[in-house]
Unconditional design. Sequence first.
Length: 320
Amino acid sequence: MKEYVNTVNGPVDIDQLGFISPHEHVLFSARDNCMQEVEEELKDYHHFGGNTIMEMSTPEICAYTVKEERIAVLRKLSQDSGVNIIYGAGFYKEPRLPELVRNASIDELKEEIKRELLEGRGEDKIRAGFIGEVGSSNYQIYDTEEKVLRAAARASAETGYGISTHTGRGSMYDRQLAIFEEEGADLSHVIIGHQDVYPRLQERMDAYAYIFSKGAGVEFDCFGKQGFFEIEADIAYGQKFPYDEQRASLIKTFVDMGYIRQIYISCDIDGRTLLKKWGGWGYSHLLTSGLLLLRKAGLSWEQIDQITRVNPREFLRVRK
């Protein structure tokens, strides 16, 4: 019996998702007034072999406060580019949480998330395909963020959909996992995001060991963000990132340790200065550069397929 994944164009056979970028942003294009450019970059991603993008832009991140509007725009971009787009249910983090989060109970937020997953949005009732990006701030979790994390965990436990998170500067991963565990979520169905934002990745081996020990996914989702650079607004905070060669080398270490099924990679394109038109690397960066660095680090093409096709596909599989 075939299984299907919810995309903005309706259900797609899970075995037809192909190459998946599991942590990207498309709707920053509304905020940054570059919708046409994003469409062209999605076509570029498709040209180089990209098939599916998991869209992390909750309404609080982009310019669309009405979720139905957001889905209509995503649907058009998907149809025009040929790329499957799967959007996430839930709420982001402070200071970009709506008043609803402050006023609602955890269970009310859980029901809101479940509606996106099970009932859908808009005239065509387009359903979300996962929960995320839900997250926490740099080195702390605010009360409102904890409410969202607990609601996400409860929704995941009740529906079987996976959770993808934002961690501020890679921090609070342990507290996120503790909250999910307390609420009954399957930790093997959780991806902990932004675990490659420090310039000296080897200093974070204890963090990686902890996440792996819990069965959760470790996401290296900032491929392309290298060295010290500053992006407009607050997107990159002027911070120093590791180089892609460092990411690839560490991934090889973890593959050799037996963690290949818990590794995810992406580029987290979240602003127009990351697009090729403005000197960035675009959605296709993994396909044109990242995969070659993984090969250079010693991974086989079979292992790369596991990380870029199988792992995100299995995350998207509903476990109920």
